[in-house]
Design a protein around this ligand. Structure first.
Ligand code: ZN
Length: 155
């Protein structure tokens, strides 16, 4: 983008210098050639300006997208679900009518919110699936299963 701006400014400066010199050219053929060259310089300055306007528009859209994403992410806070199992949870104050839910911590760290879906409960732990990163995550402490048949050994 800097190079486009420099090219545009350089083309304009050249065009300005050429326009100043035009008045001193008495030969019509040389003057016409200079006018054509001047028009080319003006056109290339316009092209550089169009490229800049397009780039500014793209960057403005990116900024808007980043701001939207950031404010969406700020609606969540990290929560400990026990035994060192963490997820992000929608803040009550930012719920705006949505049910409170969990978001994948790994995906959140990558910069996007992915809602965790309950899968099942096993040995006292709730298991959730992340549809984004395909992780199957457990929350809470595992309660060891004790068999009635093997004298209480853990599985
Ligand atoms: Zn995930």
């Amino acid at each position: 983008m800097i190079s486009e701006a420099m090219a545009g400014a350089s083309a304009l400066k050249t065009a300005f210098d050429m326009a100043k010199a035009l008045k001193d050219i008495s030969d019509a053929t040389i003057r016409n050639a200079a006018v054509i060259e001047l028009q080319e310089k003006i056109l290339s300055a316009q092209e550089a300006q169009f490229a800049l306007v397009k780039r500014v528009d793209e960057l403005e859209k990116q900024v808007t997208s980043f701001e939207g994403k950031r404010s969406q992410m700020q609606r969540y806070q990290l929560k400990d679900y026990g035994a060192g199992s963490f997820a992000y949870e929608l803040k009550e104050s930012d719920a705006n009518g949505e049910p409170i839910h969990r978001a994948c911590a790994a995906c959140y760290q990558q910069g996007h919110v992915s809602i965790l879906q309950f899968s099942h409960n096993s040995n006292g732990q709730d298991w959730y699936d992340c549809k984004q990163c395909k992780n199957n995550q457990h929350f809470g402490a595992r309660i060891p299963y004790r068999s009635h048949y093997s004298g209480g050994s853990d599985f």
